[in-house]
Design a protein around this ligand. Structure first.
Ligand code: FAD
Length: 303
């Protein structure tokens, strides 16, 4: 299928794939959009699903992948093993949170990432885990900005950050978020990836506000394939994203197969709208499952 931008997505050269910023620049020059995927370190016994999904997306001219990080460093060893395997095959972004962590342990994590071939770090704060409600106040690094600074102090790795089209749940408003994004850019972040959200208007408004605040770095929408109604409602409530009433109603009264179809159709349309409205590419949250991620990548026209 041809891409929505009217140009086939061709493989990038190694020089075009040295960083997320280089990928986005190359895709823009080619009149194309980037395609990337997020994974999480697998729980015991679910490794096969992760690697099957990874192998499938590697057939798609995937520009880069990212691997999440357990807040509090809970899955650090597993993250490293996964990062090392992926980084041998494709540009790999390591998420790194600082909640509850010391400066020294975060510095070690940065070094470990670099040693296994990670080229870019998504600098995040994270949230206090349920079983450590005071982690945020106890950690030495308090915000993602501290992680951006630390990575730059220690390495020349590229740094990206999170963005929140519907506002971060702790922020007073979107203007505040825009100013924070601008501070992160000033500290050296060169791209952002968004939290999941359910309307293209949220994204375009956030990009406009960020630019007004001076944050002009590319912002890649994060898109979750809605293939399971229960999972969607849970993820939305965890992230603070509002599921539109019409979608929630349709999903709640549908059987499993119909809910999957409604959800996938909705997400594919959202992805297409985002690309049409200027998003530089899409970052698909795979949840380590191949089918829905591939269906979404194909449906939006990036495959
Ligand atoms: P921060 O930038 O520190 O922001 C947190 C709050 O503090 C915001 O309200 C912000 O406005 C405010 N703030 C920050 N700096 C300042 C400042 N200088 N002045 C005033 N206010 C400030 N979590 C994980 O545990 N592991 C992951 O792998 C992970 N991956 C993610 C990937 C993406 C793409 C996204 C969008 C989120 C991810 N998260 C992950 C969740 C993220 O850690 C949480 O959303 C967290 O609550 C905020 O992270 P942050 O990096 O935006 O934090």
């Amino acid at each position: 299928m041809s891409s929505i931008s009217g140009a086939e997505r061709t493989p990038l050269t190694p020089a075009q794939s040295i960083s997320v910023s280089a990928v986005l620049e190359a895709r823009m020059q080619l009149g194309q959009k980037s395609l990337s995927f997020e994974f999480f370190p697998p729980r015991e016994g679910s490794e096969e699903s992760l690697w099957r999904t990874f192998d499938s997306i590697m057939q798609l001219n995937t520009d880069f992948v990212s691997v999440t990080y357990g807040a509090g460093g809970s899955s650090q060893d597993k993250s490293l093993a996964v990062l090392e395997h992926m980084a041998g095959q494709v540009l790999t972004v390591g998420h790194l949170t600082c909640v509850g962590a010391s400066r020294a342990s975060t510095a070690i994590a940065v070094k470990n990432f670099e040693d296994v071939g990670v080229k870019s770090i998504l600098a995040l704060r994270g949230d206090s885990p349920k079983d450590q409600p005071n982690a945020l106040s106890q950690g030495e690094l308090k915000t993602a900005l501290d992680v951006v600074d630390l990575v730059h102090e220690l390495t020349s790795l590229e740094v990206g950050v999170a963005a929140f089209p519907e506002g971060h749940p702790e922020s007073p408003d979107l203007f505040h978020d825009s100013k924070v994004l601008n501070l992160k850019q000033a500290a050296g972040a060169t791209y952002a990836i968004t939290q999941l959200f359910f309307g293209a208007g949220h994204y375009t408004r956030m990009v406009d506000l960020a630019a007004q605040a001076g944050a002009t770095m590319p912002i890649i929408p994060g898109l979750m394939p809605v293939s399971n109604a229960k999972q969607l409602l849970r993820m939305a409530s965890m992230s603070g994203a509002a599921v539109p009433d019409f979608l929630a109603e349709k999903l709640s009264s549908a059987d499993e197969a119909t809910a999957r179809k409604i959800g996938m159709d909705f997400t594919i349309q959202l992805g297409r709208d985002l690309l049409d409205q200027g998003a530089p590419g899409l970052h698909i949250f795979t949840l380590n499952k191949a089918d829905a991620a591939l269906e979404l990548a194909t449906g939006v026209g990036l495959v």
